[in-house]
Design a protein around this ligand. Structure first.
Ligand SMILES: NC(=O)c1ccc[n+]([C@@H]2O[C@H](COP(=O)([O-])OP(=O)(O)OC[C@H]3O[C@@H](n4cnc5c(N)ncnc54)[C@H](O)[C@@H]3O)[C@@H](O)[C@H]2O)c1
Length: 306
């Protein structure tokens, strides 16, 4: 395995990117460059690391990156990551989620240099799956432009790897929660992770708003566990060129989640384009990446309600 010294995190000022930065600064001695245009993230998320001499920040869009030569691994998280806005601002989402990702992949090809490329994909590509828990072999059924764009990047990676020695891992995140999941300044924050929204409302004395009848079920995975999956994908010695589900391997209904936070929840209209259930079969990540989730949602909620 090539040694890792320098890595790039795209979308470093976002929810998952900033947690990945925390994780890598504490667990490795790598030099880390982050890039973010603050479209949905915020400089506050990375403020604590500004003076760390192992961290360099580039403020701007990944579409303007001209070289990836200095990196041994690229964690590609930058995206417009919300399902509902992707139905409305379709072209913007194609540009951010597909075209900008292709720009990074094309840079590697042009420079004929293939660092490990760890791509943040999504369980949204399974739609409402028929296999529960859902393995990576489940049929793909994209219910939204966002899901489709994530899947297109996966397809391009697979296709181009037949011609070029790409070295990638697709991590299909289920439903992440944890610190910084809700950014009040993000114009799409109404579509953030539901745990973050419910806790934000709780802190402001507002009841949870449950979409539909709340029977839809989600596999909630702590952002620390996602960061660890990124790390393990990066250090894996093999050219994996495959996808892994990263979820908790359990499932909870939105109504059950609301009840954990407040008995005074209210119902609002169901949203189209969202799955009825997410429930990850994580045996492949356990087996090949030696990854396992370490956190339980109920412990996080109890701690947050204190
Ligand atoms: N949070 C989830 O529910 C979830 C689930 C599955 C997959 N994912 C994926 O994980 C990744 C991170 O998601 P997140 O929840 O942290 O979202 P986020 O919105 O908090 O973070 C995304 C970051 O990317 C930045 N960004 C967007 N376009 C950019 C560009 N052109 N150049 C530079 N920076 C840019 C944003 O400013 C933001 O800081 C995304 O790729 C997302 O699709 C998220």
């Amino acid at each position: 395995m090539k040694q890792i010294n320098n890595v790039l995190i795209t979308g470093v000022a976002g929810f998952i990117g900033s947690n990945l930065l925390d994780y890598l600064l504490s667990k490795t001695d790598w030099k880390i460059t982050g890039i973010d245009n603050y479209s949905t993230g915020t400089p506050r998320n990375i403020e604590a690391h500004r003076t760390n001499d192992r961290f360099t920040m580039i403020e701007g869009s990944i579409k303007n990156l001209e070289s990836l030569k200095s990196y041994d691994c690229i964690f590609h998280l930058a995206a417009l990551p919300r399902i509902q806005p992707s139905f409305e601002y379709v072209t913007e989402h194609i540009n951010e989620n597909l075209v900008n990702s292709m720009h990074l992949i094309e840079l590697m090809i042009r420079e004929n240099r293939y660092p490990k490329f760890v791509f943040s994909s999504s369980s949204a590509i399974y739609g409402t799956p028929s296999l529960i828990p859902t393995p990576e072999s489940e049929k793909i059924d994209c219910l939204s432009p966002y899901a489709f764009q994530k899947y297109e990047v996966e397809c391009y990676l697979r296709l181009l790897a037949e011609r070029y020695p790409l070295n990638y891992v697709n991590l299909r995140y289920f439903n992440p929660y944890g610190p910084r999941s809700f950014n009040p300044e993000n114009k799409f924050n109404a579509y953030s992770s539901v745990v973050g929204i419910f806790l934000h409302r709780y802190r402001n004395g507002q009841e949870p708003l449950v979409t539909g009848d709340g029977s839809q079920r989600r596999d909630f995975v702590h952002v620390y566990d996602l960061a660890k999956a990124n790390y393990l994908a990066a250090i894996h010695p093999d050219r994996l060129n495959t996808a892994f589900n990263i979820g908790n391997g359990s499932t909870l209904s939105i109504l059950e989640l609301a009840e954990m936070i407040s008995p005074d929840y209210q119902f609002i209209e169901k949203r189209e384009g969202e799955s009825e259930i997410t429930f990850a079969d994580v045996s492949k990540a356990r087996r090949i990446l030696n990854w396992a989730p370490e956190h339980e949602l109920k412990d996080y909620i109890i701690q947050q309600l204190k």
